[in-house]
Write a protein that binds this ligand. Structure first.
Ligand SMILES: Nc1ccn([C@H]2C[C@H](O)[C@@H](COP(=O)(O)OP(=O)(O)OP(=O)(O)O)O2)c(=O)n1
Length: 123
């Protein structure tokens, strides 16, 4: 199976952090861009993309979940900026030699310990 980006895929919804990490490493390697992908440069690129993501929401007021009133162009733009943030984040973790997926799972467990579930009693 091949997706709309031209890459062979096993199934439609099985994108993994590992796959994205490997695609990004290949993307940089074949362009000779590894020299530019230092931790600091990637962090600055990530922050820049967070700024671009923020611009989409800037001055809009509160936005309903599911973005019911957004055009498909606006949603596509949002998908792109979210992706840029994700991709730079994954690449940053990779060049730092960290396993981002495992780290995130570990952090979720830590969060759950810090914020235990408080039983809600019906009134
Ligand atoms: N040195 C680079 C430059 C780009 N990219 C990749 C990661 C991002 O997913 C995307 C960012 O590309 P641009 O810098 O062109 O940013 P935009 O896509 O947001 O374009 P624009 O700023 O024109 O909206 O390309 C990368 O890995 N390394």
């Amino acid at each position: 199976m091949e997706n709309s980006y031209g890459y062979p895929r096993k199934a439609k919804d099985d994108v993994s952090l590992q796959e994205l990490r490997d695609r990004l490493a290949e993307f940089a390697q074949v362009r000779g861009w590894e020299q530019y992908h230092s931790p600091r440069n990637l962090l600055l690129a990530l922050v820049g993309e967070v700024g671009e993501l923020s611009e989409i929401f800037q001055w809009k007021g509160e936005v309903a979940r599911g973005l019911p009133n957004w055009s498909s162009d606006d949603k596509e733009h949002l998908e792109e900026e979210l992706s840029d943030v994700l991709l730079y984040l994954i690449r940053l973790a990779d060049v730092c030699g960290l396993d981002l997926g495992q780290a995130a799972l570990t952090k979720i467990v830590k969060n759950a310990r810090k914020y235990p579930i408080v039983n809600q009693t019906a009134t």
